[in-house]
Design a protein around this ligand. Structure first.
Ligand SMILES: C[S@@+](CC[C@H](N)C(=O)[O-])C[C@H]1O[C@@H](n2cnc3c(N)ncnc32)[C@H](O)[C@@H]1O
Length: 261
């Protein structure tokens, strides 16, 4: 089990979809449309199927293999799209990456996954998908930046401590965290892919207050566990940010990466 809840994934999905870089989304679709019939997509860390939905309606034309190690999220994906004959799910621990997973794949996709993985995972993946001639479309990799419309004196320290937490091992070895986007670009170029990288920031406005509040709570508890910040200052920051979640704008940086053979 991964600890990612469908409720959290549901909250972030509209913001994730709006954040995706439109050029890379279009280029990924055009790459697959150009391949004609029998196209296969493998989605890593699929959650409830957000990437499949982000590429609708074209995604209905391709065969999808959705992989996750959380059976509840896979069940949720099946319950939402059980009538779509193009979806197959498999409970899989990606940390033990098996090359067979990519047999016949035209594109490997992921969203909000690569900040959790290690450099070694990316290098193994790049070799494996290169061998099968597949591409990689990795969306929404956190880039280490959070900026609010109003300032709190602890903002920079909280974000720095949060970014340290992002580098903790999430089951794949030391996580790439904020370095994942640029690292993907370098590793995939070294493996011979043509790589494009574009920003895909979350932009919270008042209508995203609930997601904003949950993000603040998640940051505060991750930072508290790091024990590097004065707890009173952190609590003051948490209260300040929660009280303004309805009104303050907030931008959380991400990278989208598309690597084509
Ligand atoms: C942040 S969520 C993103 C989910 C989905 N791609 C989305 O955008 O809504 C990360 C996903 O990676 C999955 N995951 C984490 N570690 C994994 C592992 N070792 N093997 C397979 N899936 C994993 C989680 O279960 C979760 O669904």
């Amino acid at each position: 089990m991964s600890g990612f809840e469908a409720r959290w994934l549901n909250l972030r999905e509209p913001v994730d979809h709006a954040a995706r870089d439109t050029d890379l989304r279009r280029m990924a679709i055009e790459h697959l449309v150009g391949k004609g019939e029998g196209v296969k997509v493998v989605d890593l860390g699929c959650g409830t199927g957000s990437t499949f939905r982000a590429l609708l309606p074209e995604s209905l034309r391709w065969h999808w293999l959705l992989l996750d190690n959380d059976p509840l999220l896979l069940a949720e994906a099946r319950s939402r799209h059980g009538d779509a004959p193009v979806l197959e799910t498999a409970e899989t621990d990606l940390a033990a990456l098996s090359p067979d997973l990519f047999a016949g794949a035209d594109l490997v996709t992921a969203s909000a996954l690569f900040d959790l993985v290690s450099a070694g995972f990316v290098q193994r993946l790049a070799e494996q998908i290169q061998r099968y001639g597949a591409g990689l479309y990795a969306a929404l990799n956190y880039d280490g930046t959070c900026q609010w419309g109003n300032r709190h004196p602890a903002d920079a320290d909280v974000v720095a401590a949060f970014n340290e937490d992002q580098r903790r091992d999430k089951g794949f070895g030391p996580a790439l965290g904020p370095e994942s986007g640029p690292f993907l670009k370098t590793a995939l170029e070294a493996a011979g892919f043509r790589v494009s990288i574009k920003p895909s920031p979350w932009v919270f406005t008042p209508e995203h207050a609930e997601l904003h509040r949950q993000f603040i709570e998640g940051m505060a508890s991750a930072v508290a566990a790091m024990r590097s910040l004065d707890p009173l200052l952190l609590e003051d920051w948490r209260r300040h940010r929660l009280a303004r979640a309805e009104h303050s704008s907030c931008t959380v940086g991400h990278w989208d990466v598309l690597a084509l053979p």
